[in-house]
Design a protein around this ligand. Sequence first.
Ligand SMILES: Cc1cc2nc3c(=O)[nH]c(=O)nc-3n(C[C@H](O)[C@H](O)[C@H](O)COP(=O)(O)O)c2cc1C
Length: 298
Amino acid sequence: MLIGKYEIKNGILAPMAGYTDIAFRELCKAYGAGLTVTEMVSVRGLVHGNAATAELMRIAHNEVPSCIQLFGNDPSDFARAAEKLRCDIIDVNMGCPMPKIVKNGDGAALIKDPERAGAIVRTIKNATDKPVTVKTRLGYGMYNDGAAELIESVAKSGAAAVAVHGRYAEQKYTGCSDIRKLASLAKNCPIPFIANGDLADTTVDPPFSAVMIGRAALADPAVFCGERVDPFELARRHIALLREYFDERYSVNQCRKFFVHYFKGVRGGKQLRDDVNRAENTSDVYFALDKAQAAVYN
Ligand SMILES: Cc1cc2nc3c(=O)[nH]c(=O)nc-3n(C[C@H](O)[C@H](O)[C@H](O)COP(=O)(O)O)c2cc1C
């Protein structure tokens, strides 16, 4: 599929706050992800030059094209933020259902205000020449399929593609993503349509233009190349990348989060996770991995 002038040749890694940092995105890209997207970045934080915000926007050398996801609700904030961005594609979050986001009118709240959503896309387009994409859900309230109107509005305003998670915002992560509803939305969508939600395979069939994978990639970043990767090899590669970009403390924390997924069902996985929970630095984590691997292979 094309996003503006950029050809996306494989599945897309979904943005996931707390997980899709620069190290994990570089890892997924190395395993074949067609596009990686930063976790969501506040336009307000960007406009005010917040240091934590800048940290979220670092881009890895292999993220070509690169994509930063923004959240907010004031079109003029988006315009000012967009001018500051050094990336190829700008994605706007119009799907996050978390109360602290929605209560400010950001994320999924925009599904209820398609006019404002369109204005956001239009203002970014006027401020930069970067393609703008939108990520949303089927609708806000259960069975209230607001995405159709939202898509119409953002497409008219010049959005290059839309990604839709097949759940309603009020559903959060309960129930299942509805692939049939996604297909019917995609059939009537005037711009490339990216399907998202509960997918664990990068195969893409019409009417979809691409698939976006989130949680399945947390357990297996190699989902993008369809290979099974040894979890110990994966874990070591991930730590090396974490240490390239982050300090010891953050790196060990991320190991704790990811190893739950990497070593699910692996013999000795529980002991390994316990050891990593006690680790004080990444040397301890490497040591725990060596110990667990020796136990598996002996
Ligand atoms: C921990 C976590 C953090 C997430 N953070 C974001 C985010 O920052 N921006 C966003 O658009 N979606 C976010 N999502 C939603 C995912 O991008 C995706 O739409 C959702 O997980 C469904 O896809 P999946 O079933 O493949 O995981 C997050 C999901 C999870 C589980």
